[in-house]
Design a protein around this ligand. Structure first.
Ligand code: ATP
Ligand code: PRP
Length: 217
């Protein structure tokens, strides 16, 4: 049996065409079902639904053999861009594409604050990425950990800036924030448990190859 960990929403939706290329169809709609283990058309493949941030944990510790996770989630999980023990990342799937950026209120002069060497209060869910980014720039920051709705932090005076994901820019615009720095491009990767790769080599290799053939350009 191969267990594939996915999160509901965009990762699930954007992984479906890759699964189809591997001859795998998920038999239930996660938006309609309350089940957390979904059967597929193949007796030897099942999908488990977990929070996006939990995918690397499931795969690293063998709760799933393979999974799909954003680069943001993977860096935060490992605490760096180095990778982590037992978690193999063979493919960039080029799905769930966005960027990690710094954003501020339109009336906050970010360039001046950086130039003056002021301490900047930064609210984010992505503390590892933010810490590394500002350390590399030599900017002193006080990081404020949030779990969502980062856009609210500069509007309420909780922070001067946020580090968050941006795609269309609509969320920033709706909250009168402006993007002042792009930190990195983000997409989702296939992650594989290293022990599973040895024990279930043939089956997992076949999935990796099928996914590779169907990566969107
Ligand atoms: P959790 O449920 O653990 O809080 P989440 O709400 O961030 O996670 P999703 O919104 O489903 O989960 O995002 C999953 C992944 O999709 C993110 O890790 C990121 O890589 C990518 N992503 C997030 N927002 C966007 C976006 N607006 N456009 C494209 N990709 C995105
Ligand atoms: C993500 C991210 C931003 C938004 C950016 O949120 O946290 O708020 O997308 O996308 P945009 O630039 O196209 O507006 P998401 O839609 O995933 O909501 P969630 O984090 O609450 O799940």
């Amino acid at each position: 049996m191969i267990t594939l960990a996915l999160s509901k929403g965009r990762i699930f939706e954007e992984t479906l065409p890759l699964l189809a290329a591997a001859g795998i169809q998920v038999l239930e709609d996660p938006e309609k079902s309350r089940k957390l283990i979904l059967p597929t058309n193949r007796d030897d493949v099942r999908v488990v639904l977990v929070r996006a941030t939990d995918v690397p944990t499931y795969v690293q510790h063998g709760g799933a053999d393979i999974g799909v996770a954003g680069k943001d989630v993977l860096i935060e999980h490992t605490g760096s861009q180095e990778g982590s023990d037992g978690l193999y990342q063979p493919l960039d799937l080029n799905i769930a594409k966005c960027r990690m950026s710094v954003a501020v209120r339109a009336d906050f002069d970010y360039a001046a604050a950086v130039k003056q060497g002021s301490r900047i209060r930064v609210a984010t869910k992505y503390t590892a990425i933010a810490r590394e980014h500002f350390a590399n720039k030599g900017v002193h920051v006080d990081l404020i950990k949030l779990y969502g709705s980062m856009e609210l932090a500069p509007l309420t005076g909780l922070a001067d800036a946020i580090v968050d994901l941006v795609s269309t820019g609509n969320t920033l615009k709706a909250n009168k924030l402006v993007e002042v720095e792009e930190i990195m491009q983000i997409s989702s990767r296939l992650v594989v448990n290293q022990a599973s790769l040895k024990l279930k080599r043939e089956a997992i290799r076949a999935v990796i190859q099928a996914f590779e053939s169907a990566i969107p350009q």
